[in-house]
Design a protein around this ligand. Structure first.
Ligand code: F6R
Length: 242
């Protein structure tokens, strides 16, 4: 595992974006795993700038979102389908046909999850998975106790995660209680993992993921078993590392 500690959150986004640009330049049809939430926004903004200035061609890139809420319409501005469209597909000029998000509105959830796994396989697997980390150590929405072998499935969000994500909604009650998320087994199959974390509220989770025991109580600790992982964190998020 490579750990890069940078002075500021802005630099985290720039360095992570540089790594992704290098991959896309090397492999123009790269498959990216896309996280939502605040952590990757600076990455997407930096990549969009490369696209705008003509230094990056993303026309053949595919993307798979990590997760989606269950119980809110796709048109809701905070559905991950809407967030990915607004923050990634449009600014990075990705082909919308190549961008997928788990279907949180499917009548048959199990089938939707299987279809998602199949779509990732059909695309040849994820080349680089962008990850944030929850303050409780979750990756994707794999909350503590998630199996390391888990695949895309429905999960209940913990009260901690619902409280942390309440900032995106008008009222805390509006935060969905359930989600579909790629499993830890799914995420670990990506050929490369790139986790970004900024701010003191992530320091304990980053330390547990990197230096703690590998345990489903800290789902991000599964990264210790992956061959190609880069963590890019600011000094505040690195504060609890020994
Ligand atoms: C989002 C996701 C989550 C977030 C995590 C951190 O797709 O998978 O694991 O990465 O909750 O969220 P932020 O970045 O908002 O602090």
């Amino acid at each position: 595992m490579e750990i890069v500690i940078l002075p500021s959150a802005a630099e985290v986004g720039l360095l992570a974006a540089r790594k992704i640009s290098q991959l896309v330049t090397r492999k123009p049809d790269a498959v990216l795993g896309l996280a939502t939430g605040s952590s990757p926004l600076a990455i997407y903004a930096a990549l969009a700038a490369h696209v705008r200035d003509g230094s990056l061609d993303t026309s053949r890139v595919s993307g798979f979102a990590l997760d989606e809420y269950v119980g809110i319409p796709a048109e809701h501005p905070e559905s991950y389908a809407a967030v990915i469209h607004r923050e990634v597909t449009v600014p990075l000029r990705l082909d919308p046909a190549r961008v997928q998000v788990p279907d949180g509105r499917a009548a048959d959830v199990e089938q939707a999850c299987e279809r998602y796994e199949e779509a990732i396989r059909a695309a040849g697997g994820v080349d680089l998975q962008i990850l944030g980390i929850g303050a409780n150590g979750h990756v994707g929405f794999n909350e503590p106790t998630s199996s390391f072998a888990s695949r895309t499935r429905i999960k209940t969000l913990t009260e901690r995660t619902r409280a942390d994500n309440a900032r995106f909604f008008d009222t805390p009650d509006e935060v969905p209680t359930h989600c579909l998320t790629q499993g830890l087994g799914t995420i670990s199959e990506a050929r490369e993992l790139l986790l970004v974390a900024q701010g003191p509220q992530k320091a304990a989770a980053v330390a547990a993921a990197v230096e703690g025991p590998v345990t489903s109580m800290c789902p991000a600790s599964i990264l210790q078993h992956h061959r190609r992982v880069t963590l890019v964190v600011d000094e505040a998020a690195a504060a609890d590392l020994k």
